[in-house]
Design a protein around this ligand. Structure first.
Ligand code: GLU
Length: 280
């Protein structure tokens, strides 16, 4: 088996990331598997090499060693556009120029990422230059047929990617959206168990559909609880959660912090969103 920790270098890591990395690392080690590090750095405007350098130090400080060299999503842009072309040739994509504000104004449903795109451009003539490309989820589901996926904690799920509406797969400013890039990379990296936080649970419905459309191997998933603050919100750097790098530089003991997280012991004010995940 093989799993991964896949941080985006658009800010420093905090304790929530440390927990995600520990779950992935410990699960791999308990099963005699591999744990790889993938840097999800395709958002060129927001990704910083400085954060990547800190991530490597943070993981070493926590006592988490990854197998092989770290892999970088930005080195794989060609595979993302190839997959986009393939889906387009299947008649499953359409260009869209709607702004966030237009979508919010026209939406009648709310999904995991906010207002659900109501399909405004699906049957419009759109100049594809400067457009984002959306997946026609209804058409894609009709082609793929009923799909299931397995989460080790939540059990067998029926894929319902339509909860997101027609998701963007190729962004105007980027070669791929998170959904397309992560799904393709998990296949390229030979990931058999996708470990990540519960916040990305709904995304797996979309990823399962993409796997079916692109004939990719289907992994198992393990979505772990999140670290939340006293107000119930997810720990976030923008609300001032101290970074691992700050703790490291302040001389805190990374191995001890990792051990406490493993045992479900959290600093005052923090808790798990739903029970502690015990690595098998
Ligand atoms: N890069 C994503 C993040 O930092 C995680 C993606 C994943 O684990 O699938 O939130």
């Amino acid at each position: 088996m093989r799993t991964r920790f896949a941080p985006s270098p658009n800010g420093p890591l905090h304790l929530g990331h440390a927990y995600a990395a520990i779950v992935a690392h410990d699960t791999a080690k308990a099963r005699d598997g591999e744990f790889i590090l993938r840097i999800e750095d395709i958002d060129g405007d927001r990704s910083r090499a400085q954060f990547v350098a800190e991530f490597l130090l943070d993981l070493a400080w926590l006592g988490l060693a990854w197998d092989g060299e770290a892999v970088f999503q930005s080195h794989r842009l060609a595979s993302f556009s190839e997959a986009g072309e393939r889906l387009n040739a299947m008649g499953l994509l359409y260009p869209c120029t709607c702004t966030r504000a237009e979508i919010a104004a026209a939406a009648t449903q709310f999904g995991p990422d906010g207002p659900v795109y109501p399909g405004t451009c699906r049957h419009r003539e759109i100049d594809p230059r400067n457009a984002a490309w959306r997946l026609d989820v209804g058409k894609a589901m009709a082609l793929a047929g009923p799909l299931e996926w397995l989460d080790e904690n939540a059990g067998l799920k029926t894929a319902t990617p339509q909860i997101f509406g027609d998701v963007v797969l190729l962004r105007k400013d980027l070669p791929a959206s998170y959904h397309l890039a992560a799904t393709l990379d998990d296949a390229t990296d030979g990931i058999t168990l996708v470990t990540r936080g519960m916040d990305l649970f709904p995304a797996s419905h979309v990823h399962r559909l993409l796997q079916a459309l692109l004939d990719l191997p289907v992994p198992t998933w393990l979505h772990h609880p999140l670290l939340i603050e006293a107000d119930g919100r997810k720990l976030a750097k923008r609300r001032g959660a101290p970074s691992l790098a700050d703790r490291r530089r302040a001389g805190e003991d990374g191995h001890a912090i990792a051990e406490a997280l493993r045992n479900g012991v959290l600093p005052a004010g923090l808790s798990f969103s739903q029970g502690v995940h015990h690595a098998p």
